[in-house]
Write a protein that binds this ligand. Structure first.
Ligand code: DGL
Length: 267
């Protein structure tokens, strides 16, 4: 008896959100889906994501019967949240950049939003900045390579620190970059790299992500929904595409997904 959540991302980034949700709701049953075959989302057009995601989430909802869907992907949320909500029945919690908490705490009033190229160019993010960080200077930086580095780390391949440095250093070299005291990790893959990010940044930074706020929102929404009476099967990760890497299975197991299943959908 209880609730089941469907956690969705293009890859393993959603695990950075999962850990907060597990801490808040240890008894919550979860199904994790990684859309490996379409990653990275961050360099896909808005049109391509809007064409793919509503139908895919509706299919996954039918297959997994969740009480709540966590769109653990900033790129998907800022691009297609309303289209996805219209396609599914369960409530959808979308992870979006934590601009508001970042603006509340920045002393220098100079923030950066480090996300995928797709995320940092969407109007959704412009609106967040206008509404919650109107008195701040906000530098936007997009990176697709960091997504791949996070996947490398979670697959046991290690992180290429030269690439990481090359992706992040220009942010602090830009005009006003030296004033940045807060960086919004606006891609769920990036909190998985926070230790490495700290190693390559020369100034003291408050790294902010949305994981904790999402966990609170999920807890609050589920507390208002009746519990289901199913016997829940063990938590499972469904990987859309081939899954050859055993290290990856170990990581999913560490996050509570004891079963990992590779799917080869024809979509
Ligand atoms: N983890 C995703 C996000 O939060 C997207 C990564 C990608 O596939 O580009 O934006």
């Amino acid at each position: 008896m209880g609730h089941r959540a469907l956690i969705f991302d293009s890859g393993m980034g959603g695990l950075s959100v999962t850990q907060h949700i597990r801490a808040h709701m240890p008894g919550l049953a979860m199904t994790y889906v990684a859309d490996d075959m379409f990653r990275p989302y961050g360099n896909k057009s808005a049109q391509a994501l809007r064409a793919r995601l509503p139908g895919l989430l509706a299919t996954l909802e039918m297959a997994t019967q969740p009480d709540i869907i966590v769109l653990a992907c900033n790129t998907a949320s800022v691009t297609a949240l309303s289209e996805i909500r219209a396609a599914v029945g369960a409530p959808v919690v979308g992870v979006v950049p934590a601009v508001k908490p970042a603006a509340l705490t920045s002393r220098t009033r100079t923030l950066a939003v480090l996300g995928t190229p797709g995320t940092v160019k969407r109007k959704y993010v412009d609106d967040l900045i206008e509404n919650f960080a109107g008195d701040c200077r906000v530098l936007l930086q997009g990176s697709t390579a960091l997504v791949a580095l996070a996947e490398d780390k979670m697959s046991g391949r290690g992180v290429d620190m030269d690439i990481l440095r090359r992706e992040v250093a220009p942010l602090f070299e830009r005009r006003f970059g030296a004033d940045i005291d807060t960086v919004v990790l606006a891609c769920t893959h990036f909190p998985l790299l926070v230790d490495e990010l700290k190693q390559v940044s020369r100034q003291t930074i408050n790294w902010v992500d949305s994981g904790e706020a999402i966990a609170r929102r999920v807890t609050s929404l589920l507390s208002k929904r009746p519990e289901n009476r199913r016997m829940e099967p063990p938590d499972c990760a469904l990987l859309m595409g081939p899954d050859a890497e055993l290290a990856r299975r170990d990581v999913f197991a560490q996050y509570g997904f004891k079963r990992v299943v590779g799917l080869y959908p024809n979509i």
